[in-house]
Design a protein around this ligand. Structure first.
Ligand code: ZN
Ligand code: ZN
Length: 255
């Protein structure tokens, strides 16, 4: 994203590996102490990390490089080298090379030995326009971020909803009794406060801890999909450990 682009003919040069030439400066974060021989065209290979891309290229340009390659020692992923601020002083081309290319270049330079390795940089039409990068940064990444936030929001909402409900297993464990008019006692409710139907003989009634009674299917649906509270007296049907494991463990630790 800075410096000059390669021409149609590409760029021919001799590879200079800073890791051999000046091992302390392998990342190119300072200019080479000894400038390269100006009679040759040098393509200088340095390593990613330590400082910004443009700083590296600037340093190598000041050291006499015709072009710069920045190798990634960690990842095998090509990236575009971005830079902030004014980069108009950078006039040489530079390119990032992913780990396998980086290691390939180093090996080739080793194999070439003392006679040195001549390489030619050519334009890659596919990477010429960083269109995909720009698209990713301006559109896709905010969309991904928003999608992520939305998923988190839905998860939180679901968690909150679940916290307001009674677990099905627990509801199933609450006692059930069969209603008979013959066993009806004065003062007891004779109708289901949810569906407002009178209890009939042999109706299955769920008895909540507060002693309020409802049709099994009415109260089970209420407790597992609406609220874990008794519709009449609002008492929580779940013991603390059932409704809020976090709270109960805190209480236990306090005790
Ligand atoms: Zn009912
Ligand atoms: Zn109740």
């Amino acid at each position: 994203m800075f410096g000059s682009h390669l021409g149609d003919d590409g760029l021919m040069g001799k590879l200079l590996m800073v890791e051999d030439y000046e091992p302390d400066n392998i990342d190119g974060c300072s200019p080479l102490a000894k400038h390269v021989d100006a009679s040759e065209s040098w393509i200088i290979l340095i390593e990613r990390g330590g400082c910004g891309f443009v700083e590296k290229v600037r340093n190598m340009q000041a050291s006499g490089a015709a072009a710069v390659l920045v190798g990634d020692p960690w990842y095998d992923l090509p990236i575009t080298m971005y830079a902030s601020g004014d980069t108009s002083d950078v006039h040489i081309p530079s390119s990032f090379v992913a780990r396998s290319q980086y290691n390939g270049l180093r090996q080739a330079a080793r194999d070439a030995g003392s006679k040195g390795l001549n390489i030619k940089l050519v334009r890659n039409e596919y990477y010429e326009l960083p269109f995909l990068d720009v698209l990713f940064i301006t559109i896709l990444s905010p969309m991904l971020m928003m999608g992520f936030i939305y998923v988190l929001y839905r998860l939180r909402l679901r968690q909150h909803r679940l916290r307001d409900l009674a677990p099905t297993d627990f509801v199933n464990s609450l006692p059930v009794k069969t209603f008979y008019h013959s066993k009806y006692r004065e003062g007891e409710p004779a109708e289901c406060a949810i569906c407002l139907d009178d209890f009939d003989d042999e109706d299955e009634l769920r008895v909540l801890p507060c002693r309020h009674q409802y049709h099994v299917k009415c109260i089970d649906r209420w407790l597992t999909t609406r609220k874990k509270f008794c519709p009449i007296c609002k008492q929580n049907v779940c013991p603390v450990s059932e409704s809020s494991p976090l709270l109960s463990s805190r209480l236990r630790s306090i005790v």
